[in-house]
Design a protein around this ligand. Structure first.
Ligand code: PLP
Length: 436
């Protein structure tokens, strides 16, 4: 496959844009380096690059594009918003509509505030939890990604009673000291951390279903235990549902039928992003009324935004949720994902390649290993070189995946059986080449 124009543009981009990319996850560093593919057009489940190669897309822009690219209903909503003026700096009726839609689907959110990204949403939930509890420390789980604000770019110390270490240059050690990281799916470690840091802990933050070291379900009882232990400690539970909300059904993890005891797993605060903006920049956070009333202008916790609630993002979000509210949409994404994962597993097996697939409805992750993936340590202990090789073989055969062994594949409402057939044929060829 000729990608010479991408290679040329990458050299050009390197002159002007740091690392040639506007988000490090877009670089090919984790899959052997070189030029990422420069796309120029996308429609439905397909991309076309600057050399006119076509790809089936499973990246879905890291999640938001659940209705496929350029969905006509969303495009019409954005066009209408643009024609009416794109930014007012005043309240609009549209914001109320999307807030109502979110509240109806995620009942733990009595009050909502729109921001511009998942990072902002998460960052503010932490501020609100700190304002509400008048405590400062946060407990989070290893491998969960919560955006790039200082507090959540902190890695694990060497045990639940040790404080974090900065995961990025520029995050001061004094900030990392405010964060404790424990393993996902491990209530004993959480209990130990809560016992040790007790009244300093403002909140426990979690991706209730993990999307950032593969797709990983909480073990039965994990979220119930997390909520119970956290509340008993007087701390708040924050769910980062930036990936998970509206991903598996029209709602969030809190109401997902794949999990029981919804009341026992209801958080105090929820952070949202991605799908709720239909592909335009958005974030939102919300929670119980008395907690949200900490936020300015009602309360002392300050958060603001020039672009927050802009009509284009809000209109795209409403349109996206309208598409997702139709009957059978999630069942169809799941049906295709079942076909695809079964075929991948079979094909890898035929060529003696170890592959563990974690699938949750229409989203799944592929781990080159022969053990289950239930936490970050296990996800790290997989073959990155095999993944890199698979990624490149698939790309050369017209299948676009995320360039990282930790990222998910996302089915969209635009994928068809023909896409699955073509992907499986590409995978069979790829595994054969890898095994040779
Ligand atoms: N939280 C989770 C679970 C995410 O996966 C991400 C991004 O991938 C974020 C937060 C940050 O969102 P954004 O990239 O919109 O800032």
């Amino acid at each position: 496959m000729n990608r010479s124009t991408s290679e040329h543009l990458y050299q050009e981009a390197l002159q002007h844009i740091v690392g040639g990319v506007n988000s490090p996850s877009r670089s090919f560093k984790a899959v052997g380096g070189g030029a990422p593919v420069f796309m120029k057009r996308a429609r439905g489940a397909h991309f076309w690059d600057v050399d006119d190669n076509r790809y089936i897309d499973y990246l879905a822009a890291y999640g938001p594009i659940i209705t496929g690219h350029a969905h006509p209903h969303i495009t019409a909503a954005i066009t209408a918003a643009a024609e009416n003026g794109i930014l007012y700096g005043t309240p609009t009726e549209l914001e109320i509509k999307l807030a109502q839609m979110l509240k109806a689907a995620i009942p733990s959110m009595d009050k909502v505030r729109f921001v511009n990204s998942g990072t902002e949403a998460v960052m503010t939930t932490i501020r609100v939890a700190r304002a509400y509890t008048k405590r400062s420390k946060i407990i989070k789980f290893a491998g969960c990604y919560h955006g790039h604000s200082d507090l959540v770019l902190v890695a694990a110390g060497s045990g639940p009673s040790t404080l974090g270490i900065p995961d990025s240059a520029g995050v001061p050690a004094s900030i990392a000291q405010e964060v404790i990281t424990v393993p996902f799916n491990d209530l004993d470690s959480l209990r130990a951390a809560l016992e040790h840091w007790g009244e300093d802990v403002a909140a426990v933050m979690v991706e209730p279903i993990v999307g950032n070291f593969g797709m990983v379900m909480p073990k039965p009882g994990f979220l119930e235990g997390l909520c119970k232990l956290t509340r008993a400690n007087g701390s708040l539970v924050i769910y980062d549902e930036v990936i998970t909300a509206f991903r598996f059904h029209y709602g969030s993890t809190q109401t997902y039928s794949g999990l029981d005891h919804h009341e026992a797993i209801t958080p105090d605060l929820t952070a949202l992003g991605k799908i709720i903006g239909g592909g335009l920049p958005i974030g939102a956070y919300g929670g119980r009324k008395h907690v949200m009333e900490q936020v300015a202008p009602l309360g002392p916790a300050y958060q603001a935004g020039t672009m927050a609630g802009n009509p284009a993002s809000i209109s795209a979000g409403i349109a996206c949720l309208e598409v997702l509210a139709a009957d059978g949409v999630y069942d169809e994404m799941e049906r295709l994902a079942v076909r695809l994962t079964a075929g991948l597993q079979e094909s890898a097996g035929r060529h003696g390649i170890p592959l563990t697939i974690n699938r949750i409805r229409g989203a799944f992750s592929t781990h080159f290993c022969d053990h289950p993936i239930t936490n970050y340590e296990e996800a790290q202990d997989t073959d990155g070189e095999l993944f890199a090789s698979f990624f490149r073989h698939m790309l050369d055969r017209g299948v676009n995946l995320a360039p990282s062994k930790y990222e998910a594949w996302f089915l969209t409402t635009a994928h068809t059986d023909a896409d699955i057939d073509a992907t499986l044929a590409a995978a069979e060829d790829s595994f054969r080449a890898m095994a040779a």
